[in-house]
Write a protein that binds this ligand. Structure first.
Ligand SMILES: Cc1cc2nc3c(=O)[nH]c(=O)nc-3n(C[C@H](O)[C@H](O)[C@H](O)COP(=O)(O)O)c2cc1C
Length: 331
């Protein structure tokens, strides 16, 4: 296995955390990075909002300095606005600028952004050309297979990307119309790898360390990107990194240790975002950390009802104590 090269940036391991809007903020990325990620990507950022100087958007592109290299993802349908936004994010610390041609959410596609761009490959090309021309760092692009089954444009758009100087292409192997239905089709990812010379990053449904490595080898991709399966389970990242580095996959920590990490995640989010923003965001994270833990269904219900961080963290601490006490009894 080789490092992923994006322009002159060398990435090891070739393991990337997927951008996930509303989830992969800088706190989350900084916490998950040490598990073994080679690259992290910001949540997607609206090029229009950046052009207007929206404060919340500026916060989204702000970096800790704890994650290098980091890629900032932009979406929009206007080449000159995307070029301007690319300059802004580069000045704010992006090592790589990534273009989103994948988002299927109606609030994005109704303005022709995200995956809607794939309905017009000429526009994709114009956007990519403008962004590549605007910045002195590598530009990458992330897309779906196409808008729908009858318009699978990914090879065409990737070849255009390559011809205008985009340095790597990520493919989430579903169409926009599919949203998250069905399975990601890795045959398409293998086909893309054979069709272009730029590095290809495969994405979609990777949730098991051995299967992830098998998909990487079978498709021939240069790197893999993990999304939903890492949520509440960053140990998956370590397991894949272990296999990439030729070791056996580390065991997943005990339930109390997993919950101890959930507590770190919770407290860091409160520290960074303040209680009123962190508590709603942490409900979904805690629900995922609780997966596989005895009594999880009831705990999830309780966590959903709590509005104070102190109550939620006390509940997690009590759960750790209960799990450890029952382990002692069992021993
Ligand atoms: C909550 C959520 C938010 C997402 N936001 C983004 C985003 O901002 N930019 C993007 O390119 N993809 C986004 N995606 C798609 C993921 O990056 C990834 O392509 C998709 O989840 C498939 O990978 P997975 O099966 O490993 O999760 C999002 C996915 C989820 C579940």
């Amino acid at each position: 296995m080789r490092p992923l090269a994006i322009g002159s940036i060398e990435i090891w391991p070739p393991l990337i955390l997927a951008p996930m809007s509303g989830v992969t903020n800088r706190t989350m990325r900084a916490l998950y990075r040490p598990f073994g990620l080679g690259l992290t990507v910001t949540e997607f950022v609206s090029s229009n909002a950046l052009a207007y100087g929206s404060r919340r958007t500026m916060e989204m592109i702000d970096q800790h300095g704890l994650e290098r290299p980091v890629s900032t993802q932009l979406w929009g349908d206007d080449p000159s606005t995307m070029a301007l936004a690319a300059k802004v994010v580069r000045e704010c610390g992006a090592d790589i600028v990534d273009i989103n041609f994948g988002c299927p959410a109606p609030k994005v596609t109704k303005t022709n952004g995200g995956s809607a761009c794939l309905r017009d490959p000429d526009r994709c090309e114009a956007i990519m050309r403008a962004v590549v021309g605007a910045v002195d760092c590598p530009v990458t692009m992330k897309m779906r297979l196409g808008w729908s089954d009858d318009s699978l444009v990914y090879v065409d758009v990737a070849r255009r990307a390559q011809s205008v100087g985009v340095r790597a292409v990520t493919l989430h192997a579903r169409t926009a119309k599919q949203f998250y239905k069905g399975a990601a089709d890795w045959e398409h990812i293998a086909r893309l790898k054979r069709a272009v010379d730029v590095p290809v990053i495969g994405n979609g449904d990777l949730d098991d360390p051995h299967d992830a490595i098998a998909k990487m080898r079978d498709s021939g991709v240069d790197a893999i990107m993990l999304g939903r399966a890492t949520l509440g389970n960053p140990w998956l990242i370590t397991q894949i990194r272990d296999l990439m580095e030729g070791r056996a996959a580390s065991p997943v920590p005990s339930a109390p240790d997993r919950l101890r990490f959930a507590l770190v995640h919770y407290r860091t989010m409160v520290h960074e975002l303040g209680e009123s923003r962190a508590v709603p965001q942490m409900r979904k994270h805690v629900a995922l950390y609780l997966k596989g833990i005895s009594g999880a269904a009831m705990l999830r219900e309780q966590i959903m009802r709590l509005d104070r961080a102190a109550d939620a963290t006390a509940l997690i601490e009590a759960t750790i104590e209960r799990l450890e006490a029952s382990a002692l009894v069992a021993a």
